[in-house]
Design a protein around this ligand. Structure first.
Ligand code: PMP
Length: 427
């Protein structure tokens, strides 16, 4: 037995399913999840000493690779003066000022400890600020596991075929309306049915939890116009896209103004972090200034602020984003060529250094196109790549991520594995 098999067996004795977040369990693709012992740059090493080129990057945060020296040093320095104080620190101001300076339309920001907390809090704030109770989300978009948002959700829920979780009271689920990503008329239909009831539209500006679906031209602008017409707030959930798709996040890339933005992943440098922010008059509704309550023992945690600030400061060099985009395009062109050579129908999508792989002739415009892909082919490809030292997301409903540590050698290693894996699929 491998160490990962031994550890998985042991983990299942005391952790539900052996994992602390469902997609890690390899349930969709089958087999044994790799237990990770270490990571460095673009590579992760499992408990058996096998090394893999990592295209998950902790599901997004590791944009400059694992163990980025400035981040490691910042965390080390902070650890020497304390882990958590439960009182304000200057680093929290620096984080808030940096986020507001870099992300357009962010005037004030509140830190929390996860993306889930960020979206839950943003929704409560939107409901409190508008006095309305319904929210509108998109099928296949995932915004964390807050009750109101676990309706027709993406990520692990799509992977396991339970898009609406038991345990969410019907009375609450009823207040969550779902529309079709990239189809504005489905949004307009809901607004005309509930013109005075919708507090907010929440959207992943690039849908990264049903693989990687870019917004159709005009879609985000159309959401802005509908929210203005009906008096609802527009929330961009940028937990994944924030500082990933563009130095000024998706709001900067697409030039659309949201009222609230949620952030996570990259802004914590790999430590547990979330944040939500936006228009000053909306944010001033929050306690202690206003009546909408939100709090957290570890909010603005000093170690997380140190890691996040060090990473964000390194990302001030915007040429990194051009290199990331070019590297990702090189990877995807190589994968498409390998698939074509093997005669396997295959499509890719890309926004910056986020990408999607599809066993389908395409095009990919939304959830229905993703759901129509050949899942069995993906699962075989996933395992063939894993056996050859390439670690892709263990689900056909997750985006992939390239880091600045992925160089020529890593791409070459990946494409060699891909040529062999695609030819296995054909055979
Ligand atoms: N929103 C989006 C867009 C996400 O991708 C995720 C997590 N993948 C979340 C929210 C939830 O974040 P967390 O897992 O940190 O709670």
């Amino acid at each position: 037995m491998s160490q990962s098999e031994i550890l998985f067996e042991r983990a299942r004795g005391s952790i539900p399913g052996g994992v602390n977040s469902p997609v890690r369990a390899f349930k969709a693709v089958g087999g044994t999840p790799r237990f990770i012992a270490a990571a460095d740059g673009a590579w992760i090493t499992d408990a058996d000493g096998q090394r893999y080129v990592d295209y998950i990057g902790s599901w997004g945060p590791m944009i400059l690779g694992h163990q980025y020296p400035a981040v490691v040093e910042a965390v080390r320095q902070q650890a020497l003066v304390g882990f958590s104080y439960g009182a304000p620190t200057e680093a929290e101001i620096e984080m808030a000022e940096l986020l507001c300076a870099r992300v357009p339309h962010l005037e004030m920001v509140r830190m929390c400890s996860s993306g889930t907390e960020a979206t839950m809090s943003a929704l409560r704030l939107a409901r409190g600020a508008t006095g309305r109770s319904r929210i509108l989300k998109f099928e296949g978009c995932y915004h964390g596991h807050g009750d109101a948002l676990l309706v027709k959700a993406g990520s692990g829920l799509l992977t396991f075929g339970v898009p609406t979780s038991p345990g969410v009271p019907a009375a609450l689920a009823e207040l969550t309306l779902t529309a079709t990503f990239n189809e504005l008329d489905t949004v307009e239909a809901l607004f005309s049915r509930y013109p005075d009831d919708i507090a907010a539209v929440i959207v992943e500006p690039v849908a990264g939890n049903m693989n990687c679906v870019p917004p159709a031209p005009g879609f985000l602008q159309g959401l802005r116009a509908l929210c203005d017409r009906y008096g609802a707030l527009l929330i961009f959930d940028e937990v994944m896209t924030g500082f990933r798709v563009h130095p000024r996040s998706a709001a900067g890339l697409y030039g659309v103004r949201p009222d609230l933005i949620t952030l996570g992943k990259i802004i914590g440098g790999g430590l547990p972090v979330g944040a939500f922010g936006g228009r000053r008059e909306v944010m001033e509704q929050l306690a202690p200034l206003g009546p909408v309550y939100q709090a957290g023992t570890l909010s603005g945690n000093p170690l997380a602020m140190a890691a996040g600030l060090a990473l964000l400061r390194a990302l001030a060099d915007e040429t990194i984003y051009q290199r990331l985009e070019a590297r990702t395009a090189q990877l995807l062109a190589g994968l498409r060529a390998a698939a074509a050579e093997a005669g396997v129908p295959f499509t890719t999508t890309q926004v910056g250094s986020m990408f999607g792989l599809y066993f389908s002739a395409g095009p990919i415009r939304g959830y229905a196109d993703v759901a129509a892909c050949d899942l069995a082919a993906f699962n075989r490809f996933f395992h063939a790549m894993l056996d050859r030292g390439v670690y892709l997301a263990p689900s056909a409903y997750e985006a992939g991520f390239v880091s600045a540590a992925h160089g020529e050698a890593e791409i070459e290693h990946t494409l060699k594995a891909a040529r062999e894996s695609f030819s296995l699929l054909r055979g």
